[in-house]
Design a protein around this ligand. Structure first.
Ligand code: ADP
Ligand code: DP6
Length: 368
């Protein structure tokens, strides 16, 4: 953990005085899924994954650093959070605080205010856009900057799927082993958001927090599902097929591999002990609606993360037909259509708004 964290710290460099920054990131949904880790501390996925960025599902996060040594204040969707949710954010802030100490311009406690403009912890990848926005805002608020690959590696330490939300478009996240034996992962954008004009229709069936978060859920799967070995053996072929389907804008091929990967993941969760069944009745009905549409000639494909809500991909020309089929499924509350989203962005950035950093008051010195 240490060796890799400091390697990342070396790739973050100072650009101006610490203060505050706001970042916006899009959520993403994996078409080839990751589930399970080879390194739980550094959140290195055990399998490669490939996602499509979702333009309409965004998180906006503002981080402001003080030079005081006190607990961080973390407000998520308007409510101050504590316990594990706050600890997860503070652990991430500590990484940047480590880099700030290394660079002799230490930052102290942070105030973090984040809003997910879609349901949190409901299987719509709030941790992906959440930690992507947090990573970008934290680095800038600490008066630093870095390259997108390093930012993705940082975001992955908060939530593995967040690494993919840094780049935008179609993004893969693939594990690899370093010469010394440690595992790491790298991201690569396989196509930009302009490459393929797809629609993703998000069918919301239940917007409440799911009963178990993805982190403990996948740990349970890797420890108990008898099918986990087959999962580890089969992701490589899925990734190749998905990459080719995207390159050729081949929705039929994408449907085949994306549904296969999603259903394998749900087979893993239902065969874990104790079992985790993320689908609700209407989730299955939406899948049948997609298969009915396909057999009557409308090309579309579903995917679903660890939650009951189903995302359906189709071409812009078929959007209205698919939307109407999905909204007529009993139990579907809303259908939100979105397009392919872009990379994380800094939407505002204040440099030293209070003057506190300029007065030489920073703990251990600052760059006054
Ligand atoms: P989801 O399916 O929404 O990604 P996860 O279980 O993977 O669900 O992650 C949900 C957790 O991610 C939340 O309980 C919280 O700890 C964290 N999270 C979600 N949104 C944010 C955010 N905007 N900022 C920081 N952490 C967040
Ligand atoms: C089903 O990235 O949320 O969405 O790394 O523990 O934070 P942590 O888990 P997370 O898991 C995502 C699982 C998935 C599939 C995927 O996005 O690849």
């Amino acid at each position: 953990m240490k060796a890799h964290a400091s390697q990342l710290e070396d790739r973050i460099h100072p650009v101006d005085r610490p203060a505050a920054a706001t970042a916006r990131a899009c959520s993403n949904v994996a078409l080839v899924k990751y589930w399970g880790k080879v390194d739980e501390v550094r959140r290195v996925p055990a399998t490669g994954s490939l996602s499509i960025t979702l333009a309409g599902l965004t998180t906006e996060t503002t981080v402001a650093f003080s030079n005081r040594d006190e607990p961080d204040l973390i407000v998520l969707d308007g409510r101050p959070v504590g316990g594990r949710e706050a600890a997860r954010v503070s652990a991430f802030l500590d990484l940047i605080r480590g880099a700030s100490v290394q660079q002799d311009r230490p930052v102290g406690a942070a105030s973090v205010r984040s809003v997910n403009y879609f349901p949190t912890a409901a299987g719509l990848a709030s941790s992906a856009s959440g930690f992507a926005a947090l990573a970008a805002a934290t680095v800038r608020a600490a008066g630093m900057d870095t390259d997108p690959d390093t930012l993705a590696s940082l975001a992955r330490l908060g939530s593995a799927s967040a690494a993919r939300s840094i780049h935008g478009g179609f993004v893969e996240l693939v594990p690899f082993q370093r010469a010394g034996g440690d595992w790491d992962a790298r991201t690569a954008r396989v196509a930009t958001e302009e490459h393929w004009d797809l629609r993703v229709l998000v069918s919301v069936i239940d917007s409440r927090y799911k009963p178990i978060g993805s982190t403990p859920a996948m740990a349970r799967t890797s420890a108990t599902s008898p099918y986990y070995g087959a999962w580890l053996d089969s992701w490589g072929a899925d990734l190749t097929e998905c990459r080719e389907a995207i390159a050729g804008r081949d929705l039929e091929r994408l449907a085949s591999v994306a549904e296969h990967s999603a259903l394998k993941l749900h087979a893993l969760t239902t065969t874990s002990r104790p079992p985790m069944q993320f689908f609700r009745g209407p989730s299955l009905e939406v899948m049948h609606a997609v298969w009915d549409l396909r057999s009557s000639g409308t090309l579309c494909a579903f995917t679903a993360d660890a939650g009951p809500n189903i995302k359906v991909l189709c071409s812009p020309d078929d959007e209205e037909r698919v939307r109407s089929a999905l909204t007529s499924v009993n139990g579907v509350q809303t259908v939100q259509a979105t397009t392919v989203g872009g990379p994380v962005e800094i939407v505002s950035h204040d440099v030293d708004p209070t003057g506190v950093w300029g007065r030489g008051k920073a703990r251990g010195g600052g760059d006054e």
